[in-house]
Design a binder for this molecule. Structure first.
Ligand code: GTP
Ligand code: MG
Length: 453
């Protein structure tokens, strides 16, 4: 149990219906009682009840409030918690907080409530990270994955894996400790099967990490095409703004323009680029070079083709640039007479017909993106959780250790040599849930939280 009692405003500052001041720690109830005046004192209130009263300080009534008392260990932090709901003006809220601080609480640092919850065993590290993801989620898909993670959908398979490894390590240790005794040996085949099974399920979790990243951070989407095909018009149509300059002149966009938009269930980080052509002047050429650089980092490419113009060698060249990329061919300007004829190679890619200028067919693009990334499948999967980069690295580390163990086995070396590798894998997986993680990493994770969380 931590010694100090911390307090912070848990709701966003500004005007609102109500604001909540959260107080947590061994003296939460006692401190709040110093400023709370109601029919009964808060220390007399039963746990998980609301008490009506006033906050008074220095002989003045500051606000009319409801105070919720939640006693340890049945609270978010696992400590005694009082949540004071007051009127939502920022002046009132601050004065109530000041009164609580003046009565003995200390200001909480960002994420300190959740950190206490972690340290008191109320949630593991991956669940605490889910709390941040949930707060920052910008799409339905991101919300449902964070909620899954908060419910322990990542912690569970990780601890199951750790148990299996622990079991294996224990049986190998027994053999090493009592080489001459008549201990039943774990046969090579069983060890090998266990290792292989563990490896393939870690691989599956790593794949999930990639989709988790796309859902949480957004899909980096680069819009490319010849000049004047309507790339900037598409960015504007998708974002509902006039962010990018649109003119009849070819070569309008010279630098990369970025805009984050929500499309269906996901967010796209859209990059509008300079039209790619061969006879460009110097400045434009720099833009084209940039467009190519962005292409390399893209998760998704919208290759825009102007239906009212023929498919040209430049289109062909762009097509060859994006061969390795997930691509949707955007056939723009459906409102004009259709001239372009796509080569077979382009026909194999998903296509969406639309008019950026008339804002027609944009929803079909959303559908195309969801299909291309099988996003429907992950969000519908009840047990999927967001695997973040930190988790992914830990999984990769564990994988490496297990692969090494498998090598040892296959080389016919003594089984107990694998112990070191198994311990390494255990350690790596433990960092995900927080069992074996260093204080620095814990501090770094919680520092990303907002105040009052
Ligand atoms: N008729 C019609 N015109 C369109 C459509 N989309 C874009 N345009 C027009 O095509 C011209 C070029 O549009 P932009 O969006 O600037 O094209 P761009 O690909 O960004 O061009 P650069 O930046 O020069 O490479 C403008 O005159 C637009 O109004 C469409 O769907 N239908
Ligand atoms: Mg443009």
């Amino acid at each position: 149990m931590r010694e100090t009692t911390i307090a912070a405003i848990a709701t966003p500052l500004g005007e609102g219906g109500i604001a909540v001041i959260r107080v947590s720690g061994p003296k939460a109830v006692e401190i709040c009682d110093r400023v709370f005046a109601g029919k009964k004192s808060l220390s007399e209130a039963a746990t998980h009840t609301l008490s009506y009263g006033h906050i008074t300080y220095d002989g003045k009534v500051l606000d009319e409030v409801l105070a919720a008392v939640m006693r340890a260990p049945r609270s978010f932090t696992g400590e005694d918690v009082v949540e004071i709901s007051c009127h939502g003006g920022s002046f009132v809220t601050r004065s109530v907080l000041s009164a609580v601080i003046a009565s003995g609480a200390v200001m909480a640092s960002p994420g300190e409530f959740t950190k206490r919850a972690f340290l008191n065993g109320k949630l593991d590290l991956s669940q605490a990270e889910a709390v941040i993801d949930l707060i920052q989620a910008e799409s339905d898909a991101a919300v449902s994955l964070s909620v899954n993670q908060l419910k322990g959908k990542l912690s569970l398979p990780i601890s199951q894996h750790r148990e299996k490894i622990l079991h294996l390590a224990a049986s190998l240790d027994v053999m090493a400790d009592f080489p001459d005794e008549d201990v039943e040996e774990t046969p090579d085949d069983t060890v090998k099967a266990t290792l292989t099974e563990l490896l393939s399920s870690l691989q599956a979790m790593k794949n999930q990490a990639e989709q988790g990243r796309l859902i949480r951070d957004g899909i980096n989407t680069v819009i490319v095409g010849k000049p004047n095909v309507g790339k900037s018009s598409l960015l504007n149509a998708l974002s509902g703004t006039d962010r990018a300059l649109v003119t009849q002149q070819a070569g309008t966009t010279r630098d990369v323009i970025e805009e984050r938009v929500r499309l269906g269930e996901v967010c796209l980080n859209l990059f509008d680029t300079a039209g790619i052509r061969n006879d460009a002047e110097t400045i434009e050429e720099m833009g084209i070079r940039k467009a190519k650089e962005y292409l390399e980092k893209a998760d998704l490419v919208f290759f825009v083709i102007d239906l009212s113009r023929p498919f040209e060698p430049e289109d062909q060249e762009i097509l060859s640039l994006i061969q390795e990329k997930k691509t949707i061919i955007v056939l723009n300007k459906t409102d004009l007479k259709q001239v372009a004829v796509l080569p077979e190679m382009a026909k194999a890619l998903p296509q969406v017909f639309l008019s950026a200028k008339k804002n027609e067919g944009i929803d079909r693009l959303a559908q195309g993106v969801e299909e291309l990334f099988s996003l429907g499948q992950i969000t519908q999967k009840q047990d999927a959780a967001i695997v973040n980069l930190r988790h992914k690295q830990a999984i990769a580390e564990a994988e490496l250790c297990l692969l090494h163990a498998l090598d040892t086995l296959e080389a016919g070396m003594p089984l107990d040599l694998m112990s070191v590798d198994l311990r390494g894998a255990l350690e790596a997986l433990g960092t995900i849930t927080g069992q074996t993680v260093s204080d620095e990493i814990v501090d770094e994770i919680f520092s990303r939280f907002c105040l009052g969380k």
